[in-house]
Design a protein around this ligand. Structure first.
Ligand SMILES: Cc1ncc(C[n+]2csc(CCOP(=O)(O)OP(=O)(O)O)c2C)c(N)n1
Ligand SMILES: [Mg+2]
Length: 286
């Protein structure tokens, strides 16, 4: 962590913890509908989404295209289930949609598509493009004198893409201090551990060298996340900001945390109720 740390009230943490629990629960319920999916990512990134949506993002649940909103760009289209879980918790998408997840004509397709889902700002499944889109949007908002932020969630797998680094260089060139990148470092991608496929360390030094203000936190620790997000949002520098979040896939459900291959998981029918029960247990919910 760099920058001075803000004090986080225990009550705030309790509220965020509750949101993170419900985001995880929504993701498991959607996973159960299809019997499979990118549930491990949703569980891993739930704490990050809780802090982004319920501490910082400006949005209107009944008017997702409100011009004054902050934009949350999901560069990793396959993480759609994670964002849906947060959009449901935020009241932007109705809870009733859970049972339609991934079926034909659902507003919640398995890979995120902007035209289908309120609150889904971009279609991000072709990896490595979200940050470039974020740069364009951040530049556009600046030229309109908007005070909205662009948040851009990308993955460690996307650090393998040259386009991510072109966007990173452009963001500092254009002094896009309204752009906050969030990197989910779960050390996993489709083929293997990310660090085995292409070594990515030292990530923080790389972003700093590209002209970004940089924080690195345990992405499953709400207090650390709050401190980094607070610092990124309130910084007065003219640099773009990045919060690098080390997360654990499957976090909050021990049976999924223990899985070897977590990129796309299949869960036996009887295991979904066990997963939900384990989540309640971890959160001390009876
Ligand atoms: C440009 C592009 N190349 C390849 C893919 C295929 N693909 C889908 S997910 C994925 C893994 C990407 O890494 P990461 O997002 O870190 O995976 P996770 O953490 O979800 O396992 C790949 C290679 C893609 N969607 N887009
Ligand atoms: Mg990954």
């Amino acid at each position: 962590m760099s920058a001075s740390l803000s004090r986080v009230e225990p009550g705030d943490l309790e509220k965020l913890k509750r949101h993170a629990y419900r985001i995880r629960r929504n993701a498991l319920l959607m996973g159960e509908v299809q019997g499979q999916g990118y549930v491990g990512q949703a569980l891993g990134v739930a704490d990050v989404l809780a802090v982004a949506y319920f501490r910082h993002l400006k949005f209107r649940a009944d008017d997702p295209e409100w011009e004054g909103r902050d934009r949350f760009l999901l560069s990793i289209g396959h993480y759609a289930i994670a964002l849906y879980a947060a959009l449901i918790e935020a009241g932007i998408v109705s809870e009733d949609e859970i049972e339609n997840y991934g079926s034909d004509n659902s507003i919640l397709p398995m890979s995120g598509m902007a035209a289908y889902t309120p609150g889904m700002e971009i279609t991000g499944g072709s990896l490595g493009h979200g940050l470039g889109i974020g740069v364009g949007m951040a530049l556009g908002l600046k030229r309109k004198s908007s005070d909205s932020f662009i948040y851009n969630l990308l993955s460690d797998g996307e650090l393998n893409e040259g386009s991510t680094w072109e966007a990173a260089a452009s963001a500092s060139h254009w002094k896009l201090n309204n752009l906050i990148a969030i990197v989910d470092v779960n050390d996993q991608q489709a083929d293997d551990k990310s660090s085995t496929v292409l070594a990515y360390e030292p990530i923080a030094d790389k972003w700093t060298a590209f002209g970004w203000e940089t924080w690195r936190v345990n992405g499953n620790d709400l207090e650390e996340l709050v401190q980094a997000f607070d610092a990124a949002v309130s910084s007065e520098s003219d640099k773009p900001r990045v919060i690098i979040c080390d997360t654990l896939m499957g976090r909050g459900v021990p049976l999924l945390e223990a899985r070897d291959k977590t990129h796309f998981i299949r869960v036996d029918e009887n295991e979904w109720s066990l997963a939900l029960a384990q989540l309640d247990d971890v959160y001390g919910i009876k």
